[in-house]
Design a protein around this ligand. Structure first.
Ligand SMILES: Nc1ncnc2c1ncn2[C@@H]1O[C@H](COP(=O)(O)OP(=O)(O)O)[C@@H](O)[C@H]1O
Ligand SMILES: [Mg+2]
Length: 472
């Protein structure tokens, strides 16, 4: 059994030590999909629940002030979201006044539905937006436009930064983290460090702060999808496309590593792809504010699956982890992208983590035979259990990725495999051992071919001898 260490992640801004790499596999469960899809399922009467949400927001905003009454709030929301025109809303408001004169009460929301301007399904979505506004209401300078997603740790909203009139994404962290002073220190330290980074393939960090009881992280808004969405849809990604994406991520990580920042949570859900096809690494600077233990608990608690991409050294709770930890997670991500499977899977987080530490990785080209040998060798080196056996920097990794992209053999990964094979050969020469035959290994095929050639030669030789004896 492996359990998460209780060690607190320490910012590691010093020189970066040799790192270890780990392999994580994850099978994406439907629970994750639901959680990522944002607004929840409709519950009860959508009109009534939207009104309740609007009332709650109104109460929080100070209710009776002019311009904040319920109808104004709903009207603005419906028009802002493009569900109904201002004229249609005015028509419903007029109807409501008319009905009131006839001693007949009907709410604006009800009339919008009766007139078929807004569907019940749209009401459910509006409710989620209102709730988002409620939790984000106290963030001065921003106007929340809607919820874009939720992870194990936090909820992410799309918002407008009013001073600069630009779209941003705001990550609101759960209240429970606010009670841990160590977490808060780490959160701000990491936020500051992340804000120093500036790279086209890193989601830009803008701001950290506290609003009410919530800590928040403001970042560049990425209009697009995540690699997780792509894997879910296509199962396996094309090798060329995946290499292009991973090279952008290696570039982003190199930039961060050179400035002393280790991501620690590289995974398909943290790689976003914008409408122009540019890949962006998300949550830089956030992972290390949360300890492995907190992360594991949050994930297990939400049945979010297991840490499929975490490195062995992070599982062991090593205090200082370096670039190879991110290289391991990037390797596990690439493995998932190209094979459609997480590298290691199991019934619970412990089982998956145990495999990261101990189980042998099934080579990616054994899972997907269409893959080039080169890319498989690269992934195997990225995911070596011993951090020292991995690429020591993303610069080295990029050399190999470039080579494979050009149809050549990787320079470093290839060399390591060759020396491993040489070691194996000398071991075989030194001792007679029973080597289990594995028909899926290419060298097994060669061995079988040689055996049959020897048998054939022996048969020919015996036949010639027999013929000669008979001929005498
Ligand atoms: N900067 C961003 N811009 C747009 N959407 C984002 C951004 N960051 C996160 N998201 C969306 O919010 C979701 C939840 O993010 P997060 O809380 O980091 O959890 P996870 O990374 O586990 O998915 C992401 O899957 C993504 O769809
Ligand atoms: Mg994320």
């Amino acid at each position: 059994m492996v359990s998460m260490s209780e060690n607190v992640r320490q910012p590691d801004l010093s020189g970066l030590p040799p790192t270890a790499r780990s392999e994580d596999t994850v099978r994406m469960g439907s629970g994750q999909l639901n959680a990522a899809s944002g607004s929840g399922a409709p519950s009860g009467d959508p009109a009534a629940s939207l009104e309740a949400a609007a009332e709650a927001l109104q109460a929080q905003m100070g209710g009776t002030k002019a311009g904040t009454n319920l109808d104004t709030l709903v009207s603005r929301l419906v028009v802002d979201q493009g569900l109904a025109t201002a004229d249609e809303v005015a028509h419903c408001l007029e109807q409501a006044r008319q009905l009131q004169r006839e001693q007949n009460q009907k709410s604006l929301v009800q009339l919008l539905v009766d007139n078929e301007y807004v569907t019940k399904r749209q009401l459910t979505r509006l409710k989620a937006i209102l709730e988002a506004e409620r939790s984000g209401q106290k963030i001065p300078g921003y106007r929340v436009l809607g919820k874009v997603g939720a992870g194990a740790m936090a909820t992410v909203y799309k918002a407008k930064q009013l001073s600069l009139d630009r779209l941003v994404a705001i990550k609101l962290l759960p209240r429970k983290f606010s009670q841990n002073p160590q977490f808060i220190d780490r959160f701000y330290a990491e936020g500051r460090a992340a804000a120093q980074l500036n790279h086209p393939n890193i989601v830009q960090a803008y701001d950290v702060g506290k609003a009410g009881e919530y800590h928040y992280f403001v970042m560049e808004y990425v209009d697009g999808r995540t690699v997780f969405d792509d894997i879910t849809k296509q199962k396996r990604m094309n090798e060329k496309e995946a290499i292009e994406l991973i090279m952008q991520m290696a570039d982003a990580l190199l930039h961060a590593h050179e400035r002393g920042l280790i991501h620690r949570d590289v995974k398909p859900k943290n790689i976003m792809i914008n409408k122009e096809g540019v890949a962006k690494l998300a949550d830089m600077g956030l992972a290390r504010a949360i300890t492995d233990k907190e992360a594991a608990e949050a994930e297990a608690g939400k049945a979010f699956g297991t840490p499929y991409y975490i490195s062995p050294e992070q599982i062991r709770g090593e205090k200082v982890v370096g670039p190879p930890a991110d290289i391991y997670s990037l390797g596990a991500t690439l493995y998932h992208m190209l094979t459609g499977n997480v590298p290691f899977d199991g019934p619970n987080p412990s089982a998956v983590m145990h495999k990261h530490l101990k189980a042998e990785l099934v080579p990616p080209d054994h899972v997907n035979p269409k893959l080039s040998t080169g890319i498989s060798e690269i992934i195997e080196m990225m995911m070596a259990k011993d951090p020292k056996a991995r690429y020591q920097s993303c610069r080295d990794l990029l050399v190999d990725l470039k080579a494979v992209r050009e149809g050549k053999s990787p320079v470093l990964a290839h060399r390591e495999q060759t020396s491993a094979l040489a070691g194996l050969a000398s071991m075989e020469a030194a001792a007679v051992v029973e080597v289990p035959q594995d028909a899926t290994r290419p060298d097994a095929g060669i061995r079988a071919w040689m055996l049959w050639t020897l048998v054939a030669l022996l048969a020919v030789s015996v036949t010639i001898n027999v013929v000669q004896v008979l001929a005498r």
